[in-house]
Design a binder for this molecule. Sequence first.
Ligand code: PNS
Length: 168
Amino acid sequence: MRTAIYPGSFDPVTAGHLDIIQRAAAQFDRLVVCVMYNSEKQGLFTPAERADLIRRSLVELDGVDNVEVDYADGLLVDYARRQNANCVVKGLRRVADFEAEMQMADLNRQLSPGVDTLFLTARPNLAFISSTIVKEMARYQVDLRGYVAGSIADDVTERMRQQLEEAE
Ligand code: PNS
């Protein structure tokens, strides 16, 4: 059984992430999408909430019966080992992503030589979408449909509204 991990912050999961999930799911027997902690990013949603948003987004997709959603602390390579996965999938949106992603892939290979990273390039029409861009649009009440799954668009807008209200 070929298992891959698709790790990320997913705060929140975007249309770009969903495209990578769908394409990676077609390449492996089992794909585990795992919300992991990125020490450089502060969250709008908790890890458990992000995992829930991913699950709800997947309901709208075909070809994802072999996809599981989880969240975890700790090192990605340790999580991969626990899941019997020897491949990590990452999406590359543009050249700017490449530097940091290469560094993470090299570090992960150093920490666990058995774990390799497979990069999937974003579809050009989705390459500009990121969780940061989605949050920026939510801040200004832009309709998020098309940037995130329709089933979670209102939740993202509402959470941002709450956060801005609390910050006042
Ligand atoms: O969506 P992101 O923020 O680019 O995802 C980054 C993530 C969460 C995959 C990365 O920070 C990660 O692997 N975190 C887990 C801790 C870890 O293994 N760190 C060492 C590799 S950077």
